[in-house]
Design a protein around this ligand. Structure first.
Ligand code: PLP
Length: 387
């Protein structure tokens, strides 16, 4: 057994990030300012988005994207139950109705072939989530959107650096929303980015993110600015700070190396765990793509074991291996069971995955020796708890 606890994830922060934050603190300007602008431009260029709006989180991005599209009472938004709750909660908070489409059993991404049957005259948008950093099959989703006049909002929280058929996620004809939470592919501590080709939409999100103010504060206080401003609509306080962007500026150039490292660990897992019948390993879609390997999420076939998934995670912890839970399906959570109950058996693949999924340690600083410790711990627990 490993002597030291291996966490499920930990960010890679080097001297460059630390020095940039210190520079920010010494500069006299710590909230939204020149560093946010630099990060915004670099991120937009990296993903290939004409417009990008930096925010305090991806949750804020989802919220503002829905508001900018005027989603409200009675509007239906199609999405996946295999996501972080905020994807769905933002729909609810805008007054919309989340409509779940089941996932594919292998990739755990939304099953694009099952979307059409859920479209009604009230459907306004589709929110695919690129689960674990693997792109959803976007072509059929875009054709449905065109056919029915729907907007596509990509929850790209896992997908910084992912590609679909040669195109970076962030550059497609949609609104895509990235997260820079510490567990994500790159981090700003907390943070998010809305990317789009639609200038009007980017402007609307930009206004909503900071009080509906017609000019950004740092421009007002710059030598060339004037302190006056106007509130052109009631807005939120969802801006990213320069302290956050200071991290992002130095994380972004490392993203490709991070993905290379993550891919190496993921491939090691897939090879080393291939012959264990108690595990169903992540499946890659057949189309051309770059998987960012944000997560490595096997399903534990609990029917072959004497313990359930939560006990399995506890047993791994006793072997000094941390795990994550991404995700308990959204419709299994208390509020959703109460307020948006789904017909029994209507989301079979999500139900199956929800009770069996766990996330193995996966982060760029991990070594193959660490990954091997994970494999050994999995084998130990499975051997002990086999039926
Ligand atoms: C992390 C995450 C979010 C929320 O991102 P924050 O930046 O923490 O608000 C939304 N959707 C998915 C799929 C996520 O993993």
């Amino acid at each position: 057994m490993r002597s030291e606890f291996l966490p499920f994830s930990t960010p890679t922060i080097d001297e460059a990030e630390i020095n940039e934050v210190v520079d920010c603190l010494r500069s006299g300007w710590i909230t939204t300012g020149p560093k946010v602008k630099r990060f915004e431009e670099a991120f937009a260029a990296y993903v290939g988005a004409p417009f990008a709006v930096p925010l305090s989180s991806a949750t804020a991005g989802l919220h503002l994207a829905l508001l900018a599209l005027k989603i409200g009472e009675g509007d239906e938004i199609i999405t996946t139950p295999m996501t972080f709750a905020s994807t769905v909660s933002m729909i609810v908070l805008c007054g919309g109705r989340p409509v779940f489409v089941d996932i594919e059993s292998g990739t755990l991404n939304i099953d694009a072939t099952k979307i059409r049957e859920k479209i009604t005259p009230r459907t306004r948008a589709i929110i695919p989530v690129h689960f674990a950093g693997q792109s959803c099959d976007m072509d059929p989703i875009f054709s449905l959107a065109t056919e029915f006049g729907l907007t596509v909002i990509e929850d790209a929280a896992h997908a910084a650096g992912s590609e679909y058929k040669g195109q970076r996620i962030g550059s497609l004809d949609s609104i895509s929303i990235f997260s820079f939470h510490p567990n994500k592919n790159i981090t700003t501590g907390e943070g998010g980015m809305v990317c789009t080709r639609d200038e009007t939409l980017a402007e609307e999100v930009s206004l909503l993110k900071f009080h509906g103010m017609n000019r950004e504060a740092w421009k007002r206080f710059a030598a060339s600015g004037t302190p006056n401003y106007d509130i052109v609509l009631p807005g939120f306080k969802y801006n990213m700070m320069d302290i956050q962007a200071a991290l992002g500026i130095h994380q972004l150039p490392k993203l490709d190396d991070f993905i290379t490292k993550r891919t190496e660990i993921a491939e090691f897992y897939s090879h080393a765990l291939a012959d264990i019948p108690e595990l169903a390993l992540p499946v890659c879609a057949p189309f051309a793509q770059r998987h960012a390997w944000h997560l490595y999420t096997p399903l534990v076939k609990v029917e072959k074991l004497t313990i359930d998934r939560d006990q399995f995670m506890t047993a791994l912890k006793q072997e000094n291996i941390g795990t994550g839970l991404h995700y308990k399906a959204v419709h299994h959570h208390a509020w959703y069971r109460e307020n948006l109950p789904q017909p029994e058996g209507s989301l079979p693949n999500a139900d199956y995955a929800s009770d069996r999924i766990l996330s193995l340690p996966l982060f760029p600083k991990m070594t193959l020796d660490d990954a091997n410790d994970v494999v050994e711990a999995l084998k130990t627990v499975i051997t002990r708890c086999r039926r």
